[in-house]
Design a protein around this ligand. Structure first.
Ligand SMILES: Cc1cc2nc3c(=O)[nH]c(=O)nc-3n(C[C@H](O)[C@H](O)[C@H](O)COP(=O)(O)OP(=O)(O)OC[C@H]3O[C@@H](n4cnc5c(N)ncnc54)[C@H](O)[C@@H]3O)c2cc1C
Length: 484
């Protein structure tokens, strides 16, 4: 069986050091900033652990034969990608597409690395073996890995080794017979506080002289010297689930990760002081494609939720038949359908490499990443446009309903046909948490940046698109005429 939610929660008690609101906490499962997210991830684990879901959500481990989570599958053909998508969609539905870095996200990266462990062999066979073994370990123990692969924003005009201190960005400070010592910081570990392992590496280009940062390693979250500095926890700031139904349950939290002389044994090192390989692990293996294919399956769920909420609000307000409102609903539906279609297209246009590993279609994957950073804020705007002041004309908190005088006024004035006051308020507070609250605003930043800075993603899009095919048409268009 795969891991149960209860087993996941038990695994979090490992002496980790998560800093929030001025103090270190180790028991995240019982801390108000994290316990809602922990419970949601536990539900994700329980979904695959349910025997009724075994066929759809698991595959037999090639090592033990026991069922393991399908998010760890190394896809070999279009059908594998399809199976994977069905399982990942169900997983994302469990958290309404609102947890971008659940266990299934980095699982795809690890599967992509293991599918092409040969790439890591360029640094020495032991690194290829380490990748394979860690992947098998993570898969067979159903681990939740998070990752931090972008250096902290300090001075973007200088490479790592030219920062004021050459070890501000996380990197190797000591090489020992039994392993390496890592110091410095990396941003942003989404979900790190509630995960089992952190992958530390670097996805931004490194310059000659940055070799200390040219690494890829896996570290248990409870490792000595690892510190997780969480941003403000939206869940603990909320008065109740009724008031902030999303922030209270799906705030996966993001954190600055600090390594204070963290020891990493050699078997958990995949890339060591190798700039080329640090880049190749993303570009010459399907890891980046598989991870982002999952991210877009998750995103398509979120867009369906957004479209569904917009329709529900329009119906509640009696505006759903107005032509301009239909047009707005159509625009939301078009974006949701486009992303779903691009996910399917990634399966249909997959490439099987010389090692028999299926890469989701690159152009379609990058197309979604390129466009979503621009249109997601616009979609939030469309939903806000439909809602008007309704999302503001709400009781200050659920406690208002406990006051008989206030409750009588809300029941008289804050309601709609078929929606008694508490139901209208329930729906609109849900909408606000998706489009207007601090949680919503963080999600906007997430969809804009999770795949990298938008200008970089656009630039990568121009590399993966088949401009030769496009140029053939230009030739054809130019062919039939001349000046004379
Ligand atoms: C909510 C959230 C969650 C995240 N979770 C994770 C995670 O789990 N793991 C992880 O590793 N990372 C995570 N990230 C980090 C993410 O990968 C980075 O934000 C992203 O790679 C962009 O890097 P940056 O934020 O340093 O922006 P920068 O690279 O500093 O860019 C910011 C802006 O500056 C301008 N700019 C910068 N450089 C240039 C240039 N050379 N030319 C032109 N313009 C430029 C652009 O306008 C750009 O959009 C997360 C980010 C967010 C917002």
């Amino acid at each position: 069986m795969t891991r149960s939610g209860k087993e996941y929660i038990e695994g979090l008690r490992d002496g980790r050091r998560v800093f929030i609101d001025g103090e270190f906490v180790s028991d995240v499962a019982n801390h108000p900033a994290f316990n809602g997210a922990v419970a949601s991830i536990a539900r994700v684990y329980d979904l695959a652990n349910d025997p009724d879901n075994a066929a759809a959500m698991t595959f037999p481990s090639p090592v033990t034969g026991a069922p393991v989570n399908l998010s760890y599958l190394i896809p070999r053909d279009e059908d594998d990608l399809r199976r994977r998508r069905i399982a990942l969609r169900r997983t994302a539905e469990t958290t309404l597409g609102l947890m971008g870095r659940g266990p299934e996200h980095v699982a795809g990266f690890l599967a992509g690395w293991a599918g092409r462990a040969d790439v890591f062999g360029a640094g020495g066979q032991r690194f290829a073996d380490n990748v394979t073994r860690f992947y098998e370990f993570a898969r067979d123990n159903d681990l939740y890995c998070s990752y931090a692969i972008v250096p902290p924003q300090i001075d973007r005009s200088k490479p790592a080794h030219q920062q004021e201190d050459p070890h501000l960005y996380a990197g190797v400070t000591q090489e020992r017979e039994d392993g390496i010592v890592v110091s410095g910081a990396q941003m942003l570990g989404t979900g790190a506080a509630i995960s089992d392992y952190l992958i530390l590496s670097c996805i931004v280009p490194l310059q000659p002289g940055d070799e200390d940062q040219a690494i890829s390693v896996a570290v248990p979250i409870g490792a000595e010297g690892l510190k997780i500095y969480s941003r403000r926890g939206y869940a603990e700031a909320a008065p109740s689930v009724f008031d902030y139904p999303l922030a209270t349950r799906f705030d996966e939290t993001d954190a600055l990760i600090v390594f204070d002389d963290v020891f990493v044994p050699w078997e958990r090192v995949f890339v060591f002081r190798d700039r080329q390989l640090t880049s190749d692990q993303w570009n010459r293996t399907p890891a980046h494609m598989l991870g982002n294919n999952q991210a877009q399956i998750r995103f398509s769920v979120k867009l369906d939720l957004l479209a569904g909420l917009a329709m529900r609000v329009a119906r509640m307000n009696g505006s759903d038949k107005f032509p301009p409102v239909r047009a707005t609903l159509g625009e939301l539906a078009a974006h949701a359908s486009m992303v779903t279609g691009l996910v399917y297209a990634q399966e249909q246009n997959c490439e099987i490499d010389e090692f028999g590993v299926a890469w989701p279609g690159r152009a379609e994957c990058f197309a979604t990443m390129t466009l979503q950073s621009e249109f997601y804020p616009k979609l939030l705007h469309l939903v806000r446009d439909l809602c008007g002041g309704g999302v503001i004309q709400l009781p200050s908190s659920a406690a208002d309903f406990a006051n008989p005088e206030a409750r009588a006024d809300f029941e008289r004035y804050v309601r709609s046909p078929g929606y008694p006051s508490t139901e209208r308020v329930r729906l609109l507070k849900l909408v606000w948490d998706l489009v207007g609250s601090e949680f919503a605003s963080r999600h906007q930043q997430y969809e804009m940046f999770y795949a990298g800075a938008p200008f970089l993603v656009r630039s990568r899009m121009s590399q993966v698109y088949d401009f030769d095919r496009a140029d053939t048409l230009v030739e054809q268009a130019l062919a039939g005429y001349e000046l004379a």
